[in-house]
Design a protein around this ligand. Structure first.
Ligand SMILES: Nc1ncnc2c1ncn2[C@@H]1O[C@H](COP(=O)(O)OP(=O)(O)OP(=O)(O)O)[C@@H](O)[C@H]1O
Ligand SMILES: [Mg+2]
Length: 75
C-alpha cells in the first residue's frame, strides 16, 4: 500500500498501490470484463478503474491476495 509522486522524464504523476490479503482473483480477464461480477456488484469496479487511469496492473491469484498498481499522469 502506498502513494508516490513519479515521473517518466516528461510527465509527473502519482502511483498508488492497493493491496489486500483476500481470496485473490483466479481469472483476471474475466474479472476485468465489464459487467461481470461473482457477487451482487455492478461488475464495474475493476474495469471502470482501469479506464480512469493511465497505467493499471493487477497481481493476484487464489490464496495470495490482490495487488493493484495504478499511475495517473498530471494533465
Ligand atoms: N480485491 C479482490 N479480491 C478478490 N476478488 C476480487 C477483487 N476485486 C475484484 N474481484 C473479483 O472480480 C470481480 C469483478 O470485480 P469488480 O470490482 O469489477 O466488480 P464487483 O466488485 O463485483 O462489483 P462493483 O462494480 O461493485 O465493484 C468481483 O466480482 C470478484 O469476483
Ligand atoms: Mg469491486
Amino acid at each position: 500500500m502506498g502513494t508516490a509522486l513519479v515521473t517518466d522524464g516528461l510527465r509527473r504523476g502519482v502511483r498508488v498501490v492497493f493491496e489486500d490479503a483476500g481470496p485473490g482473483i483466479p481469472d483476471l480477464d474475466l474479472a476485468l470484463t465489464d459487467g461481470w461480477t461473482s457477487g451482487s456488484g455492478l461488475g464495474l469496479g475493476l474495469s471502470g478503474s482501469r479506464r480512469l487511469v493511465d497505467e493499471f496492473a493487477i497481481d493476484s491469484g487464489p490464496g495470495r491476495g490482490t495487488t493493484v498498481t495504478i499511475v495517473k499522469w498530471a494533465r
